[in-house]
Design a protein around this ligand. Structure first.
Ligand code: LMR
Length: 401
């Protein structure tokens, strides 16, 4: 029965991790997947996460019962508050819902699946060019006609704001636009607040649906509230929208798959109807969300002292990334590597979109055992004082040859 099943291509990001693990060369570097590493290139368990774990393990009442289908309210409410802000009109007017998802990917998938069933205005979904490799997979698998909107301007190494607005104006009414809430993956370039205002204006004119993906709250500016600005602005402007949240990066809970889908509707009744349908979908897909990661997250988000400590842990992570941006740029400047490298420090978030070509990325892998995505994206979280010189020298070589 399976003889006609064709081989699917390996995943653009996780296949790099596999190749890296199999590589025995001692200077190998993994700057592929967006996962934070300490300066010793070790995975980082946030101290506040360890504290929350200790609280959980010492809780004599903790059991392993099923969670509610949409997750515990103490978790989803805290997640919604984190992204929308405590005094959000959507929260005050109770026209929101939260669904615990299998991290950001699950939020994208469940949100997309829901829209494929209940969103009647359009079957067109626009994703940025470039974007996180999984967006296309997720939206096309549930039946959307996926197209790209211009985002990255290679000339200016910045946002193609004119192209983006033009795409929004020309797109069919009511199209779905997948927007990165902050720390755009892979470019590290976000619209300014004024640009966001312009985007909102055109989206309103054209009745487009904003589908925010927020996987890096806390990594763009280092401030959780500032990083939520665009989403909060759209809510203030009266949009109905979805926001996908991942706690993989900002809590370092990659494998625990703790995420949330925040839904903002026009009325409380609408929110309840939408939530009931999400519960139906969720039941058929994962039944009940996993408990461990979400328990850690809610323990921290619902305790002011731990929350404050979390922001400090976040600052350590984002601060180390900023230092590594500077170190890489300084080293390339010192080597007189042809080209300009200011974009490495201008870009924000976990990634640097280097501008290296596919052929150069290939040489970096084959000759230097440096693993990065084909589009020239470097996960700055995989750069450290131990490997930055080697990385810069390798980049210098491929740029010159
Ligand atoms: C990445 O872009 O490297 C991360 O978001 C990991 C993933 O799920 O692809």
């Amino acid at each position: 029965v399976f003889q006609d099943v064709p081989q699917a291509p390996p995943d653009a990001i996780f296949n790099l991790t596999k190749q890296y693990k199999e590589d025995t060369y001692d200077k190998k570097i993994n700057v592929g997947v967006g996962a934070f590493r300490t300066d010793d290139l070790k995975p980082y368990v946030l101290p506040v996460v360890k504290k929350a774990e200790a609280i959980l393990f010492n809780d004599a009442n903790l059991d392993h019962e099923y969670q509610p289908i949409a997750g515990e309210e103490s978790y989803t409410r805290a997640a919604v508050k984190l992204i929308l802000g405590e005094d959000s009109p959507a929260i005050v007017e109770k026209r929101y819902a939260g669904v615990q998802t299998i991290s950001g990917t699950g939020a994208n998938h469940t949100g997309a699946l829901f829209l494929s069933l209940f969103y009647k205005k359009s079957k067109k979904c626009f994703i940025s060019n470039p974007t996180w490799a999984n967006h296309r997979n997720i939206f096309s698998l549930v039946g959307f006609d996926v197209e790209e909107y211009p985002y990255w301007n290679p000339e200016t190494r910045g946002l193609d704001y004119v192209g983006l607005l033009q795409s929004m104006r020309e797109a069919p009414e009511g199209s779905i636009y997948v927007l990165h809430a902050c720390a755009h993956n892979p470019t590290g370039v976000d619209p300014t607040q004024d640009e966001w205002k312009g985007i909102a204006e055109v989206m309103r004119e054209k009745n487009h649906f904003p589908f925010f993906d927020c996987a890096y709250q806390g990594f763009a500016s280092g401030d959780l509230n500032k990083d939520a600005w665009a989403v909060r602005y759209f809510v203030e402007q009266g949009f109905e929208l979805f926001v996908c949240q991942s706690f993989a990066k900002n809590f370092g809970l990659y494998g625990e798959r703790a995420g949330n889908l925040t839904i903002v509707t026009k009325s409380e009744t609408n929110a309840q109807g939408v939530l009931s349908q999400f519960e139906k979908l969720q039941r058929s897909e994962i039944s009940n969300p996993p408990a461990f990661g979400s328990r850690i997250v809610k323990t921290v988000l619902n305790n002011q002292e731990l929350y404050n400590e979390w922001t400090k842990n976040l600052q350590y992570m984002s601060g180390r990334i900023i230092e590594m941006r500077k170190a890489l740029r300084d080293k390339l400047t010192e080597l007189n590597t042809p080209g300009t490298w200011n974009h490495i420090t201008d870009q924000i978030g976990m990634f640097s979109f280097t501008g290296l070509k596919k052929s150069q990325v290939q040489v970096l892998k084959e000759k230097y055992h440096i693993y990065m995505t084909e589009n020239g994206r470097i996960s700055m979280a995989g750069v450290s004082t131990k490997n930055v010189d080697y990385l810069a020298e390798a980049i210098d070589y491929v740029v010159r040859n």
